[in-house]
Ligand binder design. Structure first.
Ligand code: PEP
Ligand code: MN
Length: 332
């Protein structure tokens, strides 16, 4: 149950009420909000005098639920807005990993051709093998900050573990929590304590319920700016890297109030179908797309098979705006 406390309840009272009702407490603007387990269906008697409004919920998808907030959340990213009534679909592109200054500079120039503003590149890479390239780490992040200074872009990069979560929160404009980190509660909680936008990727073995509950860990710390990213789940199928769960996306659109970003690159794992899948993703009317691109994919240190070269990106991109406009959206 979500309980909005009265404005007259002060911080220490709110803390006591939270403790005595096993609730999580956070503050939104001037309002103290308690969230108990969704098993609580009736307002506890002791809370009646302190409560402004309360919302019994069906499951522990609570703050993210459309039954709580009926409208899609609006998220401000630099001077761009997604969600709400914006009808914007944000194209996030860039390499899987930042590898060199020349490489990231070339990627920054590609964005400029289309007036795009959101550049991605991983610095701390959650690789499956310890013997492969692990990312440039803090050095990579420094380069991304330089690119932002030069181009004014919003930079998105991922947090792999809690050793660098503060560093990434400090420097990135959007913090990506990768599929493998989706269950890391120290990362989720830390990301809940900032107001920066968070892109939470779905763990490849996670149900939709588990995925959205991971988002609840962030939301219930007070950060409202959470986006969900579908990037493919593991099924019995081995011909593609993962299975792109667009039915799941339909569920998330219907039942949650969180903006959605679609990542066909990691789902398919091969560049041949990315243009088709990206058009299909645009047609779903989502708030964002995450497409890996690289000046020389064949030389990429991570995910070489799925990254588009710039000519492939250009050929694809020119087909996206007409698809978006057919459903009343603009790509930013
Ligand atoms: C990535 O975006 O490069 C990445 C590692 O994604 P995921 O966490 O979805 O595997
Ligand atoms: Mn990648």
């Amino acid at each position: 149950m979500i309980i909005h406390l009265k404005a007259s309840v002060n911080a220490s009272q709110a803390k006591d009420l939270a403790q005595s009702h096993a609730a999580i407490l956070f503050k939104q603007e001037d309002q103290h909000i308690l969230v108990t387990s969704s098993k609580v269906k009736e307002l506890p008697q002791l809370l009646t005098d302190f409560t402004d409004a309360f919302f019994p919920m069906e499951s522990d998808i609570q703050l993210a639920s459309r039954n709580y907030q009926k409208t899609l959340r609006e998220i401000q990213i630099g001077n761009q807005v997604i969600g709400g009534n914006s009808n914007h679909t944000m194209m996030i592109t860039g390499p899987c990993s930042i590898e060199s200054w020349e490489q990231i500079k070339a990627s920054a120039e590609l964005l400029r051709e289309y007036n795009l503003k959101t550049l991605r590149a991983g610095c701390f890479k959650p690789r499956t093998s310890p013997y492969t390239f692990q990312g440039l780490g803090a050095k990579g992040l420094e380069m991304l900050v330089k690119i932002r200074e030069e181009y004014g872009y919003n930079i998105i990069t991922e947090v792999k573990d809690s050793t660098h979560v503060d560093l990434v929160i400090e420097h990135a404009d959007i913090i990506q929590i990768g599929a493998k980190a989706m269950y890391d509660q120290s990362i989720l909680r830390k990301c809940g304590q900032t107001n920066k936008p968070i892109l939470l990727k779905r763990g490849f073995g996670s149900t939709l319920q588990e995925f959205v509950q991971a988002a609840e860990f962030i939301l219930s710390q007070g950060n409202r700016n959470v986006m969900l990213c579908e990037r493919g789940i593991r099924t019995f199928e081995t011909k593609t890297r993962f299975t792109y769960d667009l039915c799941g996306v339909a569920f998330l659109k219907e039942h949650t109030n969180l903006p959605i970003v679609l990542d066909p690159s990691h789902a398919l794992g091969h560049r041949y179908g990315i243009a088709d899948l990206t058009r299909a993703s645009v047609a779903m009317g989502v708030e964002g797309l995450l497409i890996e691109s690289h000046p020389h994919p064949e030389k990429a240190q991570s995910d070489p098979a799925q990254q588009l070269n710039f000519d492939e990106f250009r050929a694809m991109f020119k087909t996206l705006r007409p698809v978006a406009s057919a459903i009343g959206r603009t790509i930013i």
